[in-house]
Design a protein around this ligand. Structure first.
Ligand code: ADP
Ligand code: XUL
Length: 529
């Protein structure tokens, strides 16, 4: 009997690192294991993956914490006897946009890793900037304006790079670093994304960036899928030599670093596939290999995304176009006040998730007109730079109505800000940590008036990464790409996991969208006054 062959997907997300091992040929998942950064982060000063900062617009993470988490996760998999030696290919998923700044010693340090010693202490001196700005950072408004002006304004920037400039995108972040610490920038020989940083560790060499994550930088020509010279020039001097190459999402980068072979028992022939962002990976983990259904991920951020066949950008400048792992495009809208906003409401009334769900059950669709603009943190869509929660027909003391208001208004905001796609979703695939909550999916189905499916694997980014590893491996071995056959056993929506919309709630939410839109418009006008 042949020894089974496995593929490993890793998901380096905002709050945790997850591993998912699957046997693609048998259509089964062998193992999943997750470690929260809080379990290994004490020494790095982070809480829930981010460093405390005085300025709420500045959100950074310590990259050495990610190194420590990778190591701790592999230790755990090894201790539990997972068959790491049978893994044939590894790919991964990173929280998008975040950037890691490394000095000239980075490639040599990767090559010289000593398997007799832990990883993190060997990489203490490779950083030219000790912290990495992540997607939650909103401190680069001035740099966004500068780059956007240099590229000809918002519409031209979106047409060229897939998105107008956004505070969390890597280009504006690089420019802020260059302006605020020119010496640090001069010391920087390599800039990595969260995805390519992790891939570099596993590869033992500087890893390329794929077209999915590259599109989240305001630096890539979205049509040609190459670095855009005008964007690089508008961002920082001599940027091209600090960036790795861009490659297709199915590229095999090379064999695994000998460090992981010696330390964790991987086969030396294990291949490393290029990593991508969490949202492009989720497209695959949800089985969205053709245009059709839309996905909603309820993770730290809430995202609304789907595959599109032609590159079409948002004239209002709120949505993004990224490269999809299939070689198509995907569209995405990102809301920062996702799970953490729901948690803030839950905690304000001393509830657990059961209590929060009971509150959703106890309150009517439409919430008798209660509305909330849930800007617990600065928001990405719509662009709100200063936190501040707003309520209408709702008192902060009303526990159950506030629980419903945050969930309903998040979904109403998605419905409103996805209008530019000119196609209401016909079905929604739900994923992310909060997608295990049926009461939240009930609100989702009613607000969008379409069926919502949930999947057995709620971490679609890790599943997508493992499936991308399998795809890259098969393609490198000469097999014709067949995405739908590969994803079918893992990501086919099941009728039993379907939440139907209730038609009687349609007029309620049509009116609620109008009222929510008016509230939002009025509030945004006060900010710009
Ligand atoms: P990320 O990948 O961005 O790190 P996850 O997709 O793992 O995040 O989601 C984590 C979030 O899931 C937590 O912050 C938590 O608020 C949310 N969550 C977990 N369980 C539930 C639940 N039963 N109901 C609602 N939200 C939940
Ligand atoms: C997407 C975005 C977030 C991060 C973290 O544009 O900023 O979804 O990828 O999940």
């Amino acid at each position: 009997m042949n020894t089974p062959c496995y593929d490993l997907g890793l998901d380096a997300s905002t709050q945790s690192l997850t591993a998912l091992i699957l046997e693609a040929e048998a259509g089964r998942i062998i193992a999943t294991e997750s470690i929260s950064y809080d379990e290994c982060g004490a020494a790095h000063g982070a809480q829930r993956g981010v460093l405390p900062q005085a300025d709420p617009q500045v959100v950074h993470a310590p990259p050495l914490l990610w190194v420590a988490a990778l190591e701790a996760l592999f230790e755990r998999l090894k201790a539990q006897g997972f068959p790491l030696h049978q893994v044939r290919c590894i790919s991964g998923s990173g929280q998008q946009h975040g950037s890691v700044y490394l000095n000239a010693s980075w490639p040599a340090a990767l090559r010289a890793l000593d398997p007799g010693r832990p990883l993190a202490p060997q990489l203490g001196t490779v950083f030219s900037r000790p912290t990495a700005p992540i997607w939650m950072d909103s401190s680069t408004t001035a740099e966004c304006a500068e780059i956007c002006a240099a590229l000809g304004g918002p519409a031209a920037t979106a047409a060229a790079t897939g998105s107008t400039t956004f505070e969390r995108f890597t280009g504006p972040q690089i420019r802020r670093f260059y302006k605020s610490d020119p010496a640090g920038y001069r010391q920087t020989a390599h800039i990595a994304l969260v995805s390519s940083f992790h891939a570099s560790l596993l590869l033992g060499a500087v890893a390329p960036i794929d077209h999915g994550d590259g599109a989240g930088m305001n630096l890539m020509d979205i049509q040609q899928r190459q670095w855009l010279p005008a964007a690089l020039e508008a961002t920082a001097p001599d940027l091209a030599r600090r960036l790795p190459p861009l490659v297709a999402p199915w590229t095999i980068l090379g064999p695994i670093s000998p460090y992981f072979v010696a330390r964790y028992g991987f086969d030396p022939a294990t291949r490393i596939g290029v990593w991508s962002g969490d949202n492009p990976n989720s497209i695959i983990g949800l089985g969205l290999t053709e245009p059709g259904a839309m996905a909603i991920s309820l993770g730290t951020s809430d995202t609304f995304f789907g595959l599109i066949s032609a590159c079409r950008t948002d004239p209002r400048g709120e949505g993004h176009v990224f490269g999809a792992p299939t070689g198509d495009y995907m569209t995405l809208i990102c809301f920062k006040n996702g799970s953490l906003a729901r948690e803030r409401v839950r905690d304000a009334y001393g509830l657990d998730w059961n209590g929060f769900s009971a509150a959703l059950r106890a309150t009517p669709p439409g919430n008798d007109g209660a509305l909330m603009l849930p800007y617990f943190d600065p928001e990405i869509v719509p662009r709100v730079l200063t936190a501040g929660v707003q309520r209408r027909h709702l008192n902060a003391t009303e526990a159950a109505r506030n629980c419903r208001a945050v969930v309903e208004c998040q979904q109403l905001s998605m419905r409103r800000h996805a209008r530019w796609l000119h196609a209401a979703p016909r079905q929604i695939y739900a994923t992310g940590g909060a997608s295990i909550n049926p009461e939240i999916l009930r609100v989702m189905a009613d607000v969008h008036q379409c069926p919502v499916y949930r999947f057995q694997v709620s971490n679609s980014a890790a599943l997508g990464a493992a499936l991308r590893a399998a795809h890259a491996r098969r393609q490198a071995d000469g097999a014709a790409p067949d995405w739908s056959a590969l994803v079918a056993p893992f990501a086919t929506p099941r009728a039993t996991d379907r939440v139907e919309p209730r038609p009687e709630t349609a007029p309620v939410y049509a009116a609620a969208e109008q009222a929510f839109g008016a509230f939002e418009t009025e509030y945004l006008a006060t900010l710009n006054a």
